[in-house]
Design a protein around this ligand. Structure first.
Ligand code: FE
Length: 179
């Protein structure tokens, strides 16, 4: 009777351990599948072009700002004092970046927004050029340089996305509806 009990106990422990191992393995498999799909999605969405290829698509000014991290002269950009309702798209790849509702006049000479349309279409990099520590803002799809983000913006985010007009293409709200 005692032996029967021990055998039953052994079988129970073995089964429960196998169960744990299986569920862990399943969890790991699910995670790697997710990572794979996320990786492949990223690879699919990212645009990689050589400078020569970009030069054929972009104007010299767009190439200088988007691909060489240049900055347009303040108060000269076409969207600095532009407040029509619509959407601002990446001039490099056409991704939606900012909505007119989030645009404000910061008086700094560049189009300013307090938040991007979506965090997934923007990426950030530390920029220590010009003896300053700034946060660079780039298009996550084509890697194009857009501008910088600062902590002196208005509510509700307190952020100021200081963006080059050259990096943007604006489409009016009515234009969106026709499409
Ligand atoms: Fe882009």
């Amino acid at each position: 009777m005692k032996l029967y009990f021990l055998i039953a106990l052994f079988i129970t422990i073995t089964l429960s351990l196998t169960g744990c191992t299986r569920s862990e393995t399943k969890g790991e498999t699910a995670m790697s599948e997710n990572q794979l799909s996320s990786d492949s999605l990223d690879n699919q969405e990212v645009i990689n072009r050589t400078d020569e290829e970009w030069q054929k698509i972009l104007t010299p000014e767009q190439f200088y700002v988007l691909r060489k991290k240049g900055t347009e002269r303040p108060y000269t950009g076409k969207y600095d004092q532009h407040f029509e309702e619509g959407i601002y798209f990446c001039a490099g790849c056409g991704t939606e970046l900012f909505k007119s509702e989030t645009k404000f006049d910061a008086g700094c000479g560049w189009p300013s927004f307090y938040q991007p349309s979506s965090e997934s279409t923007i990426k950030y990099e530390e920029d220590t050029s010009l003896m300053m520590r700034r946060t660079e803002v780039l298009c996550s799809k084509c890697g194009g340089h857009l501008g910088h983000v600062f902590n002196d913006g208005p509510n509700p985010t307190g952020l100021r996305y200081c963006i080059n007009s050259v990096s943007l293409n604006f489409v009016k709200k009515e234009g969106q509806k026709i499409k």
